[in-house]
Design a protein around this ligand. Sequence first.
Ligand code: ADP
Ligand code: MG
Ligand code: ZN
Length: 478
Amino acid sequence: MQYETVIGLEVHVQMDTQSKAFCGCSTLFGQPANTQTCPVCLGLPGVLPVLNEKFLQYAIKVALALNCKVSNYLKFDRKHYYYPDLPKNYQISQYDMPLAEHGYLEIETENSTAKKIRVLRAHMEEDAGKLIHTSQSSLVDYNRTGMCLLEIVTEPDISSAHEAYDYLTRLKSILEYLEVSDCDMEKGSLRCDANISLRPVGETKLGVKTELKNMNSFKGVRDALEYEVIRQEKALNAGELIVQETRLWDENKQKTFTMRTKEEAHDYRYFPEPDLPPFTIEDKTIETVRKELPELPAVKKERLVSEYKITEYDANVISADKYIALYFEEAAKEYKSPKTIANWLMGDIMNYIHNNQLESKKLAEILPVKYLIEMLELIDNNTISGKIAKKILPDMFTSGNTATQIITEKNLVQISDTSQIETIVDEVIQEHASVAEDFRNGTDKALMFLVGQVMKKTRGKANPQIVNDILRKKLGTT
Ligand code: ADP
Ligand code: MG
Ligand code: ZN
């Protein structure tokens, strides 16, 4: 039977506020265990939570950027469960009246068509602590307890692992533009649970889903979903029933395995949080936040296309990263060919950043825009070849020197002096007389070989265009 895949994602984003959701404790990452706690986030008797205003502002920002309707009524609920990382034995969350609903995020499918993934809801809640398991014992760190989380839940509109990956990438991009989270999956500031079911093609009823947890990268989410599609398909084809359950992704084995059968909402005994009375979010508060929204990636992409005449594809890649986009615009304003900037950014520069695990945020610091432009101008005025430029770029990153400094130091200035090149060309023709003859007799690729020889003798410094011209002239084909 032919099945189609149905996926819904639940993403928890840790909001990058300075203090926790309902107390004044610091949210600094990586501090000694249990040093950032207080009676409120430890849930000691008699304490009262107070909502962090920044948390609300950030949450509204995200909700608006995801095209949600923001509620005018803010209400919190208690979600009860017993677990050692949860000192109060309940989590302050939102149940029946989330902060925001009915949004969407536009993604791109495998065949590059745009598709809207509906956002069912986005609600505010507090984080739990962290358990650290050693071979002898389990330890608990409450530093994370009470941190600000926004949970963003999609409708089951996602149809493949690829689409899920694209959704996450675009969501992260938006969150980075908004400067509300560092979105670091490894640090746990972005976590994703993926719900997945299959159904026969043409069926409208949803199939039984499993919920996948424990992926610590977007690639992990994609791999886990790909694995789960095949596992469910096999089971269904064998006539087995899919059990509604939570499964964990094992990164090493590249498999999902059963963790627990799924709890239901009524297991949590939700009730309204009595210590945080509901209040009204005025329209004008929402509109103030809306006005402060930055230009978001989708809009920026279109503008880059129309303003700088780069391709949709290039604009898509560049606008996906806020810092790359900033860098691009700064450079494109100062340099005649935005397309050239785009090529360098998307090629050697992003590769370098990626391969050396640098943050794109740091790019402008490591390679100042004016250094890149200077390098491009050296190519334009034939001081260096593009090839040499590619070679010295990593040096520019590591040394912090300009292209001019590096080529002078390493004696890499391009040879454009024709008489000097002519001498070398003569040598090469002499040394490879038969190849030269082949070229005269019409074997075009023989020229490539001769150009290569000249470049070798000059250690890549000869201007390839001039070498080409001189060779053709001397071999009598121009
Ligand atoms: P739960 O209470 O189990 O967390 P929800 O109904 O709140 O379930 O949905 C959680 C996520 O699972 C949502 O993103 C939703 O779109 C998705 N989802 C719900 N049913 C299915 C299904 N049958 N197949 C795939 N995803 C689903
Ligand atoms: Mg769930
Ligand atoms: Zn605290």
